[in-house]
Design a binder for this molecule. Structure first.
Ligand code: SF4
Length: 113
């Protein structure tokens, strides 16, 4: 967990870097409802067309693009931002964040990390 002082100073610049990291964007039932609604799809169609079984074999995750970035990333922008999953909303507060977010890297460097 990041230092609360750093979290207070963190401001997302919307660069889309965290959407390019490997791993899974895990989905809750609420995420699936919200995203299906947002896209005007039935939940079963959303699941069939836009999700895969996560490596934990207990949850669904969003699909990736060939380069490993999230399927919903267009340029630097999330194309489902208003309906993005909880995992995305909780960045970086609930993440064990590796280096790679330019804004966090800057704050960590200022703090001598
Ligand atoms: S759903 Fe949007 S915010 Fe979440 S990883 Fe994909 S592009 Fe990024």
């Amino acid at each position: 967990m990041l230092n609360p002082d750093i979290l207070k100073r963190f401001k997302c610049s919307g660069c889309g870097e965290c959407c390019r990291w490997g791993g899974s964007v895990l989905l809750t039932d609420g995420d699936i409802r919200n995203m299906a609604d947002f896209l005007g799809l039935k939940e079963s169609d959303f699941i069939a067309q836009h999700t895969r079984l996560a490596p934990n074999r207990q949850q669904l995750a969003l699909l990736d693009q060939a380069d490993g970035s999230c399927a919903w990333l267009r340029g630097d922008h999330c194309s489902v931002y208003e309906a993005r999953p909880e995992q995305c909303r909780s960045f970086p507060y609930a993440w064990s964040v590796p280096k790679g977010c330019p804004e966090l890297d800057k704050l960590l460097a200022e703090d001598g990390h």
